[in-house]
Design a protein around this ligand. Sequence first.
Ligand code: GAR
Length: 203
Amino acid sequence: PVKLGVMASGSGSNFEAIAQAIADRQLNAQVELLIYNNPGAKVVERTARWGVPSALFNHREFENREDLDRAIVQALQQAGVEWVIMAGWMRIVTPILICAFENRILNIHPSLLPSFKGNRAVEQALEAGVKITGCTVHLVVPEVDSGTIIMQAAVPVLPDDTVETLQNRIHLQEHQIYPPAIGFASQAFRKKLDSELPNLHRK
Ligand code: GAR
């Protein structure tokens, strides 16, 4: 199984979808650690139910983004994490984290990238009047919401949608695509490593 470290800031419904896919043997992985930054985030109740260890890194207690990321990298490495899964992580990450897990960090974003990057992606879609939006799983690079796209799902925007109703519809699709995207990306990376580094023994 691929060893995952999940990073979340809020509700954690994507964490739950990943944990469920692992339990259902649809995803050959194990969540070693959940990193969260908001005390009281709902995701912690979910990790407790799944028996997944969690660690709070409250960004308000760090001088800057780099210090926060250094502490997070240390915790992820200590837990033996191979892939970092950002599941509603609402902080910008720095090259400290990105270089420590280069090409092994995934993010999910609630729009069809490259449209509507950044915060308020669902609001932006409503404001733009698009009739289709969706969600994207992509590799994390230093430029926000810009790495290689791994998987996307489209969602219709209905005439009387509010941010909440549209967000809920997008969430359902996120839960569908994130687990297979993790499986696909981690396997593709493993094959690439195997072919490029034939002498490197990998389990
Ligand atoms: C998800 O919709 C995800 O796409 C979004 O936060 C939500 C987290 O939901 N992420 C971003 O906006 C990243 N900029 P969850 O906590 O229920 O998984």
